[in-house]
Write a protein that binds this ligand. Structure first.
Ligand code: NAD
Ligand code: IPM
Ligand code: MN
Length: 346
């Protein structure tokens, strides 16, 4: 097959460390990939004031996919890189599905004690372009005792329907065929009503998918007490953000949680990244777990049509995790990458 063209944005903190291991595994699996690195992030921002220049954004549209490490740095005010770089990419490239599997691999320790891999095996379909992330709102009289800050949640019939439809299709393709809407319809009555009615309506087209509803607060509890309730979850941008960190925690930790910012219509490249951030507390120490990034590579491979290579990467991770638990010693970022790369190479 032909070369895939991949744009790589290592970003900040541990981003470069984990991306290096992801690329190591990508090359080891034998998929021909031509990679181009982009130096976006805190360093470029300090040097030039740029976060995501328009010309770079246009160039990124030409790739088959994007791999991102993490963005955000304590030296940059919160929100600058997150909004102007990461969220702008998700919005401009129309990544309306933020796909986040929550899956306990065999042998991996979970804080849920006796939970087994079959108890924690779900996919969170997080909306990626709307909700409270859209940037609607503002501030009045900032810095005064009369300050008023609003941050509105944007929900469009179009935006909700397309992500709900995607989630139904995902659920239909899985053995359990169950879709749970997670929202807060008892309080967020405008947005929640739109989400609930949309799920109801689209469900008519998927009679073989069982639908369920769970408030966000209860869902947070059930993730801990009864994770086996969930198969596919569809939820809004902010709820999905929070829920997938809980998901990461129950499935063995944030160092294992992968994600894809997917544009299912393929009008622009999709972007794959670990769920975690730049982890400034451990950056530069070679101790970040690159597994989340490597599993994000598997999702990338699946997206570009290399399902076989994706399955090999996932199996290599699974084998590595079984062994890692057996010999419970903390391993360096590079050792984990080397081990998984050696396994996929056969
Ligand atoms: P974080 O995910 O960076 O770190 C939370 C905790 O998890 C830290 O203790 C960290 O050491 C640990 N951790 C994270 N990834 C790890 C890994 N691969 N291996 C081992 N331990 C790991 O979240 P935070 O501290 O809330 O945010 C730090 C910065 O990252 C902020 O600027 C934030 O905005 C940004 N952020 C970016 C993304 C992204 O790029 N997608 C995601 C989350 C946070
Ligand atoms: C994530 C992160 C981002 C989000 C931030 C850094 C904008 O937390 O990818 O989960 O909230 O989506
Ligand atoms: Mn998050």
């Amino acid at each position: 097959s032909s070369n895939i063209r991949l744009a790589v944005i290592p970003g900040d903190g541990i981003g470069a460390e984990v991306v290096a291991e992801g690329l190591k595994v990508l090359h080891a699996v034998g998929v021909k990939a031509e990679t181009t690195e982009y130096d976006l992030g805190a360093k470029r921002y300090h040097a030039t004031g740029e976060t995501l220049p328009d010309a770079v954004l246009e160039e990124l549209r030409g790739y088959d996919a994007i791999l991102l490490g993490a963005v955000g740095d304590p030296s940059v005010p919160p929100g600058v890189l997150e909004r102007e770089l990461l969220l702008r990419l998700r919005f401009e490239l129309d990544h309306y599905v933020n796909l986040r599997p929550v899956k306990l691999f065999p042998g991996v320790a979970t804080p849920l004690g006796e939970a087994r891999p079959e108890d924690i095996d779900m996919i969170v379909v997080r909306e990626g372009t709307e909700g409270p992330y859209a940037g609607a709102g503002g501030v009045l009289r900032r810095g005064t005792a009369q300050e008023i800050a609003t941050q509105e949640s944007l929900n469009t019939a179009f935006g909700v329907e397309r992500v709900v439809r995607y989630a139904f299709e995902k659920a239909q393709a899985r053995p359990r065929r169950k879709l749970t809407l997670v929202h807060k319809t008892n309080v967020l009555t405008f947005a929640g009503d739109l989400w609930a009615r949309t799920v109801d309506r689209v469900s008519q087209e998927f009679p073989d998918v069982e639908t369920d509803y769970c408030h966000m607060d209860a869902a947070s509890m059930f993730f801990i007490t009864q994770p086996q309730r969930f198969d596919v979850i569809v939820t809004d941008n902010l709820f999905g953000d929070i829920l997938t960190d809980i998901g990461a925690a129950i499935a063995g930790g944030i160092g294992l949680a992968a994600s894809g910012n997917v544009n299912p219509a393929r009008t622009a490249p999709s972007m794959f990244e670990p769920v975690h951030g730049s982890a400034p507390d451990i950056a530069g120490q070679g101790k970040a777990d690159p597994t989340a990034t490597i599993l994000s590579i598997a999702m990338l491979l699946d997206h570009i049509g290399s399902a076989e290579a994706a399955a090999r990467v996932e199996q290599a991770v699974a084998d590595d995790l079984v062994e890692r638990q057996g010999a419970w010693t903390a391993r360096a970022t590079r050792e984990i990458g080397d081990d998984i790369a050696a396994r996929v190479a056969g």
